[in-house]
Design a binder for this molecule. Structure first.
Ligand code: 5AD
Ligand code: SF4
Length: 471
């Protein structure tokens, strides 16, 4: 009998990408195999509600899925993620073609929800779970295919207690909860034993890891450490070559974290630091709890600790009441800090957030023109940074063929995309490191040639970084 196939469709942030990996692992452990939507019997959609556009995508998808289901009897559709968390049962009521719904705290229940759906029972599970067992998922399944061999995400904390006025996340992901350090260390050890060389620690406010436990005097009972101490502990794992974290909040950088950036062997010289705006008045209305000068000082401290460190950011334009002058302050901050890249968004009102009640909307046309001005500035800064890199040597972790084809693509420690001519690099494979010299700068990436010798650095077989071997 052929095995049952599932397909996953993921929207949104890296947290969602990683949640989808967890759901895939659970299904693989349950006897399913991965397929594409054309052949699958089960489709799981992991949704995002950070902006209105992302949420609407789900509704148009669900419309299309009616015919997908009718093509083959017995097909099942499940919806998870932030929209599922918010809407719960209402989704089942509104979309008869939907078989189950799971919230952001209930990934573990997916196999059970599938089993119920197969028995004809439609269920939604969206209760918030404070118990630490919400982190206890089976190890990554050996046949889980990740986009990037050699790299893995590891969750360290979930939820957010910051309640920025524009943001839906505290409503969809619940309160902050940190995972015991020992479980994190064990997961990283197990990943490195399977060939992973680069780990990205994930959390909504990742550098707030452990702070609520510490504040409540529960750090020992909860098994958490201060964030920088966790980084130090992970840095000592021999197979690990690169450690990253995303996304930090600007107010949770302490001296120890600066010291970690100066000292740790594996900690990469890149911090994605969402700042949202460069205007103190807007930052106040956003409830971000820092000023533009705090960001300037923070950038300075990070670069003092690690001079080759690159900062990237997230920015929102057209926040309610944002004046021309306030927007100009954002441009000034981006220029002063010299962000090497940024994701910029037009503000999108999210029902249930404080800012959704703010009435002084910026017009769509004005928001669009600010977005374009910001992106033009960013292109200039990105290219200037790329040009400064020409002639320098770096180490690239290879990912695979480039999107446009013909080239190998990888990332340097600063997380910049680097393209290499495969003919110049025989033996190069995804998950391997190669030392290169940057030869050319483009607006989106760096072009490189293998550095002297041109031989890809070979890792011992146990950490070759190709797809995980069987356990
Ligand atoms: N409108 C526009 N952008 C938003 N973001 C979060 N909420 C909103 C919103 N309501 C952006 C922020 C955040 C990124 C993940 O999405 O910049 O850092
Ligand atoms: Fe949203 Fe602010 Fe929390 Fe980030 S820190 S997830 S922007 S509420």
């Amino acid at each position: 009998m052929s095995r049952r196939r599932f397909a996953l469709r993921t929207f949104g942030c890296q947290m969602n990408v990683h949640d989808s990996e967890k759901v895939a692992s659970l299904l693989l452990h349950d006897g399913w195999v991965a397929g594409d939507p054309e052949t699958a019997e089960l489709l799981v959609i992991n949704t995002c509600s950070i902006r209105e556009k992302a949420e609407h995508k789900l509704y148009s998808d669900l419309g299309l899925l009616r015919s997908w289901k009718q093509e083959r009897p017995g097909r099942l559709v499940g919806v998870g993620g932030c929209v599922a968390q918010q809407e719960g049962d209402a989704l089942l009521a509104r979309f008869p073609q939907l078989d189950f719904v799971f919230g952001t705290h209930n990934l573990r229940l997916v196999p059970a929800l599938v089993a119920s759906a197969e028995a004809g029972l439609r269920r939604a599970e969206t209760a918030e779970r404070r118990e630490l067992d919400r982190f206890d998922l089976p190890l990554r399944h050996p046949s889980l295919s990740t986009e990037t061999p050699g790299r893995a995400f590891v969750t360290v904390m979930e939820g957010c207690d910051m309640f920025c006025s524009f943001c839906i996340v505290p409503h969809t992901r619940g309160r902050e909860i940190s995972r015991p350090a020992l479980a994190i260390v064990q997961e990283v050890e197990s990943l490195t034993a399977d060939g992973v060389v680069e780990v990205t620690l994930l959390g909504q406010t990742v550098n707030a890891y452990g702070r609520q436990e510490l504040r409540r005097g529960r750090a020992e009972a909860a098994g958490t450490l201060p964030f920088a101490a966790l980084l130090r502990r992970l840095d000592a794992i021999p197979g690990l070559r690169r450690l990253r974290y995303t996304s930090p909040h600007p107010i949770f950088f302490d001296d120890d974290l600066m010291a970690a950036h100066a000292e740790l062997r594996t900690l990469c010289p890149h911090v994605h630091l969402p700042v949202q705006s460069g205007s103190d008045a807007v930052l106040g209305r956003m409830r971000r709890r820092y000023t533009a000068d705090d960001v300037r000082r923070l950038a300075e401290r990070l670069r003092t600790a690690r001079p080759d460190l690159v900062l990237t950011t997230d920015l929102i334009v057209g926040f309610p009441g944002e004046t021309e002058r306030e927007f100009a302050e954002t441009l000034a901050l981006v220029e002063d800090v010299g962000f090497v890249d940024s994701y910029s968004f037009k503000y999108s009102a999210r029902p249930g957030t404080t800012a959704a009640e703010f009435v002084e909307a910026v017009s769509e046309a004005e928001a669009q023109s600010r977005l374009e001005a910001l992106q033009a500035l960013q292109r200039r800064l990105t290219l200037a940074y790329h040009r400064r890199r020409v002639g320098h040597h770096t180490e690239v972790l290879l990912e695979g063929p480039s999107r446009k084809g013909g080239q190998l693509q990888g990332r340097d420690p600063q997380h910049r995309i680097v393209h290499i001519d495969p003919d110049a690099c025989p033996g190069a494979a995804p998950g391997r490191f190669v030392r290169v010299e940057i030869a050319e700068a483009t607006p989106h990436s760096l072009l490189a040639t293998p550095a002297v010798g041109g031989i890809p650095l070979r890792l011992p077989a146990s950490r070759s970084g190709v797809a995980p071997s069987s356990r």
